[in-house]
Design a protein around this ligand. Structure first.
Ligand code: SF4
Ligand code: SF4
Length: 77
């Protein structure tokens, strides 16, 4: 298996329709920007939240902690 294939298989993906963070702010719930569960949960800092939430697949360990932390169900394998 190629290295990139392995990352794609293990890495978490994000459904931007479910994630409340859009264009640098919370767009759909009353979190007031406090919804950083995914970012804070990741032990290797693979998730960043700027204009959108982004996942660095090359860092992701596939631990799944962020999936549990996201209250909007936006993250999955
Ligand atoms: S915890 Fe979920 S809804 Fe909140 S910013 Fe992260 S991915 Fe989006
Ligand atoms: S918490 Fe785990 S599964 Fe989620 S992005 Fe970080 S390393 Fe990957």
């Amino acid at each position: 298996m190629a290295r990139d294939d392995k990352f794609d298989f293990m890495a978490v993906k994000i459904d931007y329709n479910k994630c409340c963070w859009k264009d640098g702010k919370c767009a759909s719930c009353s979190c007031g920007g406090a919804c950083v569960g995914c970012v804070e949960a990741c032990p290797v800092k693979a998730i960043t939240r700027k204009k959108l939430v982004e996942i660095d697949k090359s860092k992701c360990l596939g631990c799944g902690v962020c999936i549990s932390a996201c209250k909007h169900g936006a993250l999955s394998f």
